[in-house]
Design a protein around this ligand. Sequence first.
Ligand SMILES: *Cc1c(COP(=O)(O)O)cnc(C)c1O
Length: 396
Amino acid sequence: MNKVGRFGEFGGQYVPETVMNAVHELEAAYDKYKDDPDFKAELTALYRDYANRPSMLYYAKHMTEDLGGAKVYIKREDLNHTGAHKINNVLGQILLAKRMGKKRIIAETGAGQHGVATATVCALMGLECCVYMGEEDTKRQSLNVYRMELLGAKVVPVSSGTCTLKDAINEAMRDWCTNIETTFYCIGSVMGPHPYPEMVRDFQKIVGEEIKAELMEREGRLPDCVVACVGGGSNAMGAFYDFIPDTSVRLVGAEAAGRGINTADTAATLSCGSVGIFHGMKSMFLQDKFGQIAPVYSISAGLDYPGIGPEHANLWKTGRAEYVPVTDEEAVCAFEYLSKTEGIIPAIESAHAVSAAMKIAPTMSKDQIIVINLSGRGDKDVYSVARYRGHNIENS
Ligand SMILES: *Cc1c(COP(=O)(O)O)cnc(C)c1O
């Protein structure tokens, strides 16, 4: 039995033989470099000098007073270069690609945020960059298409299936196994065949390590609860990972319920999904009775993936982490709330975590601490929230 890359029953490498060659080459390279002192030193320098790490741990005084329970801290991943946590992972993978001698980087993107982060680092490193994006998404997110092109990337619209993220991933996999000699596939979350879920987590775990060190310095102790939003699960895995052995720390993932978990317009994988195999991994997915992947919906383009990373599926199954659904309406309310109370406009993805924390903090005592991982900034979401509220704002 092959137990490589498993988190309990989840994970694995469910890919065709042609992709297996590429997966094995990547696995060997990651094993070789992940503990290499030169590799780690170069990545740490990029985190600091390019991404602006460590990111600030902010004490949310007004929110703490207003909610009347636990002390609220906010991990400011929104202050990273490119405005979200995604840069942490992309810097790691592209540094690995350079060590492997690959000159061409491919990526998939949904809303365009991972595509923009990848195009950014390719510009920095002088590498060719090709981003697969569902044709529907290229229309909905035309500004991000332009941004990627500005950064020197080629954006390839994908017109198969539902013309969205899952189809872009299929197309990127196809490219990867055809061009394995030259090409590195930079995946945007803790998903796909092993070693991706583990590798992406390793490049994001700096978030939780920093939270722990920063809170130790400020409060001299661990938090009682850490909350993060979950799409594929990379910012949450990054925030949670260092706390997994600290069983006193409650770990809460906020998934996108869209119009509600009792409707078809949802992306709440753990509330509504079932076990399946897709995109090279065994995990939890939203699927129909034939096992076909269901269309997903959320106001947040970064959370509408029909699955979840396998390590989360295992944390959920074993009870180490809990996952709560947050609707569009709740996320928009939290988006407005954080803007007004703290002067921080969160990404609509991150607003899902803010909403979950707004429910949990008042149930905790004043000597307890809750940390919200603010995965990104919300400038990109201002128009869609305005539209949601029925405001008519000029935008092109
Ligand atoms: C992409 C994105 C997410 C969702 O991805 P995860 O892998 O679940 O972290 C969340 N927040 C922001 C700001 C994003 O850009």
